[in-house]
Ligand binder design. Structure first.
Ligand code: ZN
Length: 338
């Protein structure tokens, strides 16, 4: 089968082609696993962290990609609930303990980092981590829901927001534009404040229905903020925008070090005192994905997507690293480009 493989870590500021298109043996499903013919695979910011070594794969080569949508084309032994032809999705959780806290378990194995993912024509996963995709979504529409959407859902749960509370979103890319739609549905009385450095991104947030858009300082203090940026400056800015008792949830697998000195501006009295909290989101559980897909279908949530052919995965990654982000990028593997 054809696959885009990562063979070493490198900086995407000076490397344009971190992945290589190759022919590799088609994987076979083990016991309890299904083989999926990949139609599309979303491109996630975490791929940048894998490639640039902030969360490096434990072995090379590896096939990245953890927002996979496709059809079941082979069944391993002991598969009970899925059938040939079922349309399913796979997210960042490839397998784990199966317990409620499986997202932070030492048994957590990440799709596309610890084992091969979806930048390929086929991939295998345990059936309990292959989630049926609601009919309302096309393959490409469903892909960003599996990570950007589902982890955004976990982040929103962790804010502890109540209906009517003011929510801030630091950064407005693949995840935040889905969280905005989700928040509107779950907390219809809440106002949403979007912080973004880039003018085009702020326009996009306005178009998506944000109540306020700006760069760093909101006109009101907020109950909770979700930070989806890779930087530290927004963390300090967010703490300054929280009301007493407010909580910042950082939705990122890794932060980059470029502006780490911004943390020296963190003032205990202005940013932390008055029982303000910082919480991170770690990975995702199978239950998060299952719950979120059902909610996403009833909203319904629609991702703004930009598609690339599989062979152009490097271009998608470099665009994500260097360009302004508008919505979510999706690789079309065996589906049709539309
Ligand atoms: Zn992801």
């Amino acid at each position: 089968m054809q696959a885009m493989i990562l063979e070493r870590t490198c900086s995407l500021m000076d490397e344009d082609e971190p992945l290589r298109l190759v022919d590799v043996p088609t994987p076979e499903p083990g016991a309890g696993e299904v083989m999926i013919e990949v139609s599309v695979c979303g491109v996630c910011h975490t791929e940048l962290d894998e490639i640039e070594g902030r969360t490096p794969p434990p072995r090379f080569p590896v096939i990245p990609g953890h927002q996979i949508v496709g059809r079941v084309v082979a069944l391993g032994n002991q598969v009970q609930n899925l059938s040939l032809g079922d349309r399913v999705g796979v997210g960042w959780i490839h397998h784990s303990s199966g317990l409620k806290d499986e997202n932070i378990s030492s048994e957590f194995v990440a799709t596309g980092r610890d084992v091969d993912g979806g930048y390929a024509e086929f991939m295998c996963v345990a059936e309990r981590y292959a989630f049926p995709i609601p009919e309302i979504f096309t393959d490409a529409q469903a892909a960003p829901l599996l990570c950007a959407g589902a982890i955004g859902y976990r982040a929103l749960k962790l804010t502890g927001l109540n209906d009517g509370d003011r929510l801030g979103l630091m950064g407005f890319g693949g995840s935040a534009h889905l969280v905005l739609q989700l928040t509107r549905y779950l907390f219809p009385q809440s106002s949403i404040y979007v912080f973004a450095r880039n003018e085009e991104t702020r326009k996009f947030a306005s178009k998506m229905g944000a109540d306020w858009v700006g760069e760093s300082k909101a006109p009101d203090l907020l109950h909770a903020i979700i930070d989806t940026t890779p930087a530290w400056t927004p963390v300090v800015q967010a703490m300054g925008n929280l009301k007493p008792g407010g909580r910042l949830v950082i939705n990122a697998i890794r932060k980059e070090d470029d502006d780490k000195q911004a943390l020296l501006k963190l003032s205990y009295s202005d940013h932390l005192w008055m029982e303000k909290e910082i919480k991170s989101v770690a990975n995702i559980s199978g239950e998060d994905i299952r719950e979120f897909l059902a909610i996403a279908a009833s909203v319904p949530i629609f991702a703004e997507i930009e598609t690339y052919p599989l062979a152009a995965a490097n271009r998608a990654l470099v665009d994500l690293k260097r360009g302004s982000v508008r919505g979510a990028k999706v690789l079309v593997v065996r589906g049709s480009l539309q």
